[in-house]
Every structure is written in C-alpha cells, then in structure tokens.
Design a protein around this ligand. Sequence first.
Ligand code: DX5
Ligand code: ZN
Length: 221
Amino acid sequence: MLKISKNKIMIAPSILSGDFANMEKAVKNIEEWGGDLVHCDVMDGAYVPNLTFGMPMIASLKKKTKLPLDVHLMINKPERYIGEFIGAGADIITFHPDASENPKATLEKIRESGVLAGVVFNPNIPWKPYSELFKLCDLVLVMSVYAGRGGQSFIEDSLITVREIADYLSKNNIDIPIEIDGGINPQTAQKAKEAGASILVAGNAVFNAENPANAISALKK
Ligand code: DX5
Ligand code: ZN
C-alpha cells in the first residue's frame, strides 16, 4: 500500500498536459524528471464540460510505470466506477463529494481494497458540510482552479481553504496530507506549502517548462 504523509512534499505532474498520443512517454518523462506521483485527470463531460479518459487508460499506464497513479475523478456518481478504477491499478482515488450520492460508502469502498481515498473540493463547494468524511480519508484535495482543464490561473482564495482544512485536521487529530491542484508554479507552490499543502499537482508548470526536472525541484523546494 502506498504511503503518503503530510511531512513529505510530493509533486504529482498531471498527464493532462502531456501528449495524449504518447502517454507512455508522459509517464516515463515524469519518472525521469523526478515526479513522485502520476496525476490522472478523469473527466466525464457531465460533472465538468471536458472529456478525457477512463479506466482503460489507467490500466495501460499501470503497465508502463512504477510510480503510483493518483486518479482524480471529475465524474458524476463516481461510485459506479470505483471497482473498475481499483482493478485498473489506481493507487490513490479522489472524487468530488458533491458529485456522489453516497460519499461515505464511496470512501469506504476505495479503502477496502487498500487504495488511498480522498475527497476533492472545487472552489465554490464549502468543505465544512463534508468534514465528517475526513476521518475516512487518506488525503484531502483542494482545487485551486475550477476542475475541468489545465493551464488556468491559481485562485488565491483557495489558500484560505487549505489553511482552514489544515487547522480542522490538526484540531481533530487527523494526520493526513492536503493535496492542491490547479495553477501551481514555483510561486503559488510556495504559498500552498505555507498554507499546509504537501502534495502539489502541476500540469503546465512541468510539461511546458524548458527544463521539467528543474521545474519539479523548484516546486519541491
Ligand atoms: C484541472 C485538473 C488539474 C490540471 C492542472 O481540472 O484537475 O489536475 O491538470 O493543470 P495546471 O497545473 O496546468 O493548472
Ligand atoms: Zn486534477
């Protein structure tokens, strides 16, 4: 089972910014560049307007990399597909609780098979009504852009959410990391880490960097 901790900064480059005709190269690149996790953005054209890929992509990537697959589900009723994403080899599965009919059961189902589970909050979704779920989570993901596409600018208010959730977790003795996703670059990464995030997703800042390996080390610093 994958180990993650709030005491270790991890970088999760998103293959959404890779070449969809050569995803094998995208994951091999992430390994070479020093990424810790492969962030896989699954979009259904319903919860978010965009469409990307599903379980077959995860199953194929699993054969091509030793890095853990961090699967971010931007889909309605994620509970319908959890079994298949686990079967495909996901190491982490996060989903938007507002898209689920039963987030608690969904988290439990993910964790039953030893896969790490977390809930994700879009900037307009209040986290407090879902805070009871945190004790069933291995991580919490805060969106710093509206889920749906790469290359958007960082929403500064998401730092407030990271701070509030970090505070809640610490007050309730829930020792899990916070992941942040969207518009991460060396400057916003710094602020996100100060606010309490330790797993940083980055699409454009890595894949479009002149030197992606340096970009990853800059995000880690
Ligand atoms: C947005 C996705 C992100 C996206 C991040 O819906 O969840 O993971 O790939 O891309 P950047 O880092 O370019 O904002
Ligand atoms: Zn994502």
